[in-house]
Design a protein around this ligand. Structure first.
Ligand SMILES: Cc1ncc(COP(=O)(O)O)c(C=O)c1O
Length: 434
């Protein structure tokens, strides 16, 4: 198998680094363990093309938004049409009304919606609405779950070991970024996810002060972990008992597990939800939603909230995803990939776990069963092997998310993409595990 030459990417990255902090525009555009990232020229469908002339089968999906693949004709056409009419009016439009109505029809918890531009902003707004509605200030957030980079959000999102996390009953507040205001975490309670007992205790003892329990309903950002059977419905019932709102952060799961998100997929409807990433197929748009009563508790401003461009892209994305068989096709592609990963693991006698759920797949090296929670991953996933796997995949034409084992499927992925990917994985898996 021939290794890609990426000399031009290296040169371009170090030139960019002279003018742009870290040489990338978001910290994960370069993995910690790579000297330089591959620089791209364009994408089409499930492939990205590098400045070095290399062709990559991509499973990063621009961090999630590209659920229809890169440069999908249907979005290009909708956006181009709208561009000709104007990109920004700061006024309602007919399409805005259509989109808001459509979202309330497809998302179970949505009686009303409110738009923002990024997942970070939408989560900030959701927390504020929850506090305004309940008159309480504390938010329960779970270890290993990322909801955005704002001071109050980026708390205990990662850890080197479970010692850093502290006891399950009183998880440490880890604020990883220099300059984060420590006092913003005063109103946070950090809990282990998938643990009903600890959640019950927190709500019993502090429910009077807690506005909301916020969670990724399928923990994805730091590496996929499924909710234990009954965890989501029990969390909902506990929240109801203590007059606390349950908020699902569906920034990743929204439109990926199903059009109605994880709440539709798992059949548990939260009080509020936050959507972003895939809802406009690659143009920035995010949204919070909930009942009419809750959503009336606050309204944000924002120059770029739901621009006509984003609205056009979102309507086009929904139109595609609504076509019969779309999710079944993505699920079948994900199954082909993850069955293949499991077979490769068996063939080489290497412990690998893989699973697929519509447009989200996962793989973990070092485990041969589903991870139970964040601590289980920290203790048992072979992160060094995955880091090497990530770099090797890149060298042989497969683009993965670094460090986390999360794999995004789009409507553009083909069986041929999967078969080629598996050939590469078959070659690199033994090389990754020393
Ligand atoms: C679950 C989750 N919530 C919120 C965010 C923040 O979204 P954004 O990067 O659009 O600000 C992310 C981003 O990766 C995420 O994965």
């Amino acid at each position: 198998m021939k290794k890609y030459n990426t000399a031009k990417s290296k040169e371009l990255f170090f030139e960019t680094k002279k003018y742009l902090v870290d040489g990338v525009s978001s910290s994960f555009h370069k993995a910690d363990n790579e000297e330089y990232p591959v620089c791209m020229t364009h994408g089409k469908g499930s492939h990205l093309y590098g400045v070095d002339g290399n062709d990559y089968i991509d499973y990063v999906a621009g961090f999630g938004p590209m659920i229809l693949g890169y440069a999908p004709d249907v979005i290009n056409e909708a956006v181009t049409k709208q561009l000709a009419k104007g990109s920004q009016f700061s006024a309602p439009t007919e399409d805005l009304c259509r989109l808001a109505k459509k979202l309330t029809e497809i998302i179970p918890c949505a009686e009303m919606v409110s738009f923002q531009s990024s997942g970070t902003e939408a989560n900030m707004h959701a927390w504020r609405v929850a506090r305004a509605y309940t008159g309480k200030m504390k938010i329960v957030k779970f270890e290993g779950q990322y909801h955005g980079w704002a001071d109050e959000q980026k708390v205990t999102i990662g850890a080197e070991s479970i010692d850093d996390l502290g006891p399950r009953e009183k998880v440490n507040k880890l604020m990883p970024t220099a300059g984060q205001r420590v006092s913003t975490a005063d109103d946070l309670i950090i809990a282990p996810w998938n643990d009903v007992d600890v959640l019950e205790k927190i709500l019993r003892e502090q429910g009077d002060e807690i506005a909301a329990v916020l969670m990724e309903p399928y923990m994805c950002d730091e590496g996929p972990i499924l909710p234990k059977p009954g965890f989501l419905s029990t969390a909902k019932e506990l929240c109801r008992q203590h007059n606390v709102l349950l908020i699902f952060d569906e920034v990743i799961t929204g439109f990926r597990l199903s059009l109605g998100g994880a709440q539709q997929y798992f059949g548990v409807t939260p009080d509020m939800a936050v959507f972003g990433k895939a809802i406009a197929g690659g143009i920035s748009l995010s949204m919070i939603c909930g009942s009419r009563e809750i959503m009336s508790a606050g309204h944000p401003s924002g120059t770029f909230n739901a621009t006509p461009i984003a609205v056009a892209a979102s309507l086009a994305t929904i139109g595609e995803l609504e076509k019969p068989g779309t999710y079944e096709k993505m699920d079948a592609i994900g199954k082909r990939l993850t069955d293949g990963i499991l077979d490769i693991g068996k063939k080489h006698g290497i412990k690998v776990y893989a699973n697929h759920h519509n447009a989200i797949c996962q793989m973990q090296i070092g485990m041969d069963r589903a991870p139970l929670d964040f601590r289980d991953c920290l203790q048992n996933v072979n992160r060094e092997a995955y880091d090497r796997f990530y770099l090797l995949a890149r060298d042989y034409g497969v683009r993965l998310t670094s460090g986390r084992g999360r794999i995004y499927i789009s409507t553009a992925h083909t069986e041929a993409d999967i078969d080629r990917t598996l050939e590469v994985f078959d070659y690199i898996l033994p090389l990754s595990v020393k």
